[in-house]
Design a protein around this ligand. Structure first.
Ligand code: GLN
Length: 290
């Protein structure tokens, strides 16, 4: 079978399986098998796939038609213009999470020396993007999952940022950090309520790590934990930036009001409240940790 025929057949299989962007997926999967890119694929379109290539290609097409997200099959996803390798323990970076980066860049001086933490870093997309864009910043990439953290570490190395980023395995709620040591804290914590599991797409539910998706207390438990950590570890005047669910804006603002000022929320491109941020009050109440 020729390359272009294989590509067309795969697109038909994926269309029948009702997967999104079937033609694009077929092209990307074929490019992966042939270790080439879009233009390389065009050049090879009349070539004949050998048996091994054909077998490998249709095995990937089968994985996609059964619902496995393309990013896991390809092993990577683009975020804010950078490429991030992902594995089954990391969430696939989402476009709406890019609003955190935009908010941070709009509020902070990108020139000054600054120390930040990315809580629940997953593939490292948030922290690595910030360090990549701001050469004077140093950061901690924190996650409870060892295999997510290994991926964040590998992505840190791929982007040449080992000198300014440290990976740390820790749980939100018991971060082994000094009080008041951070200027900025970002997090896209798990925020889907367990009760809302039924509303989550099968592709997400069956393949993405539940640890990175779901949280107790109507989905607010980890957002609350991140805010508590920020109250301890941010310097007075430091800022927290949180992604949350479309319906959680008001609850998150209420949680922030206690210790934070200049609390504000921005909407994503779909018009949903998505990222809230605030500035730690100078006289914030620093609670002693349990
Ligand atoms: N920080 C990663 C992201 O924004 C992972 C988030 C998570 O695991 N909940 O995609």
């Amino acid at each position: 079978m020729r390359v272009r025929e294989a590509q067309r057949l795969a697109a038909r299989i994926l269309t029948k399986a009702k997967r999104d962007s079937p033609a694009l997926s077929a092209r990307l999967l074929l490019a992966k098998v042939l270790a080439t890119d879009r233009s390389g694929l065009l050049l090879k379109s009349e070539e004949v796939l050998d048996r091994k290539q054909g077998k490998a290609f249709f095995a990937l097409v089968r994985r996609r038609s059964r619902g496995e997200p393309l990013a896991y099959i390809l092993g990577s996803r683009e975020f804010y213009g950078l490429d991030f390798q992902v594995n089954a323990s990391t969430l696939i970076p989402r476009p709406e999470t890019e609003h955190i980066i935009e908010c941070v860049l709009a509020q902070e001086s990108t020139e000054r020396r600054l120390c930040f933490a990315d809580l629940g870093t997953g593939s490292g997309n948030l922290g690595i993007t910030l360090a990549y864009l701001c050469p004077n910043w140093r950061g901690l990439l924190i996650d409870i999952s060892a295999s997510a953290l290994a991926q964040a570490k590998a992505n840190t190395a791929r982007h040449g940022l080992e000198k300014r980023l440290t990976c740390l395995r820790a749980d939100l709620g018991s971060l082994p950090l000094a009080q008041q040591c951070l200027d900025v804290l970002v997090a896209n914590p798990p925020y889907i309520a367990h009760e809302e599991k039924d509303l989550v797409m099968d592709e997400v539910l069956n393949f993405e790590p539940h640890l990175a998706l779901f949280a107790d207390n109507h989905g607010l438990a980890q957002l609350q934990a991140a805010i508590d950590e920020a109250s301890h570890h941010l310097l007075p005047g430091g800022r927290i930036y949180l992604e949350h669910g479309a319906e959680q804006g008001e609850a998150v603002r209420n949680l922030l009001q206690k210790n934070f000022t200049e609390v504000s929320t921005i909407r994503d491109l779909a018009g949903h409240e998505r990222v809230s941020f605030g500035r730690l009050k100078k006289n914030s109440l620093i609670l002693t940790k349990k």
